[in-house]
Design a protein around this ligand. Structure first.
Ligand SMILES: [Zn+2]
Ligand SMILES: [Zn+2]
Length: 224
C-alpha cells in the first residue's frame, strides 16, 4: 500500500444534522445556518405548531413542514456521511450532483495515460495518471512515481484543440500547478494526451473532461 492510500486526513464529526466526514484541513465546508425565526413552511405556507413541526433543509437552510422537506438525499459536498433531509428543490440538485460526481470520480480513478513534463524540462515521460482510492492524491506511474496531494494543487488549466463536429473543443492536455510540501514555490506539470492509439486518446480526453468537471465542483465547494 502506498502512502497516499494509507493517509486519510478526515475525521468523523457528529453534528445536529447527522454524521459528517470532514477533512482535517481547514476548508470552507460549513453547514448552512438554520433560518432563525420562521413561522410558516417556505414552500406550502402551512403554519408551524405542535402538530406541524418545523424542519430545515440541510442544503439551503430554509425551513419547511415535514411534507415539503421529507426527502433524505446524500449530500457529499457538505461532507455528510448519511443521506440528510432536504427540500424538494435541493434534493433534485443534490441527486444530480451525486450521480454526476460519482461518474467523474470513476473515470478519474480508472486513470489514463499521458506524456508528462515536469517544470521547464523538455523531456516527457509516458505515465498513467489516476486518482487515488481515497480521492486525495493524483498518482502518476511510469518509470518515475509521483503523488500529488489534491489540496496542494492551486491551478488546473485544461488545454484544448480545435472544434469537433458537435462544436465542442477537445481536451488534449492539462497544466497543473501545485505546491510540494516544504517548498514555497509552485511546481508545474504538463500532461499531454498520448497519441498512439485512438482509443487511448479518447480515454485521455474523457479523463481530462472529468478532471475539469471535478475541479469545478471542488473549487465551488471551497468558495461556499
Ligand atoms: Zn433546500
Ligand atoms: Zn410545507
Amino acid at each position: 500500500m502506498s502512502g497516499s492510500e494509507a493517509a486519510d486526513a478526515k475525521k468523523l464529526v457528529r453534528s445536529a444534522s447527522g454524521l459528517r466526514m470532514v477533512p482535517e484541513l481547514p476548508s470552507g465546508l460549513e453547514e448552512n445556518q438554520k433560518s432563525p425565526s420562521c413561522p410558516r413552511c417556505m414552500q406550502c405556507d402551512t403554519k408551524f405548531d405542535f402538530i406541524t413541526r418545523k424542519h430545515h433543509c440541510r442544503r439551503c437552510g430554509k425551513c419547511f413542514c415535514d411534507k415539503c422537506c421529507s426527502k433524505k438525499v446524500p449530500l457529499p459536498r457538505m461532507c455528510f456521511v448519511d443521506p440528510v433531509r432536504q427540500c424538494a428543490e435541493c434534493a433534485l440538485i443534490s441527486q444530480k450532483e451525486t450521480e454526476f460526481y460519482d461518474k467523474q470520480l470513476k473515470v478519474l480513478m480508472n486513470g489514463a495515460s499521458f506524456f508528462v513534463t515536469l517544470g521547464t524540462s523538455d523531456k516527457s515521460e509516458l505515465m498513467v495518471c489516476r486518482l487515488s482510492n481515497n480521492q486525495r492524491y493524483l498518482v502518476l506511474d511510469g518509470n518515475s512515481h509521483y503523488e500529488i496531494e489534491i489540496v496542494q494543487i492551486s491551478t488546473v488549466q485544461i488545454l484544448t484543440e480545435g472544434f469537433t463536429p458537435g462544436g465542442n473543443t477537445r481536451a488534449i492536455g492539462m497544466i497543473l500547478q501545485y505546491k510540494v510540501p516544504g517548498s514555497e514555490e509552485l511546481t508545474q506539470m504538463k500532461f499531454t494526451a498520448s497519441e498512439d492509439y485512438s482509443s487511448n486518446k479518447k480515454l485521455s480526453a474523457s479523463w481530462l473532461a472529468a478532471m475539469h468537471k471535478a475541479t469545478k465542483l471542488l473549487y465551488e465547494s471551497r468558495d461556499q
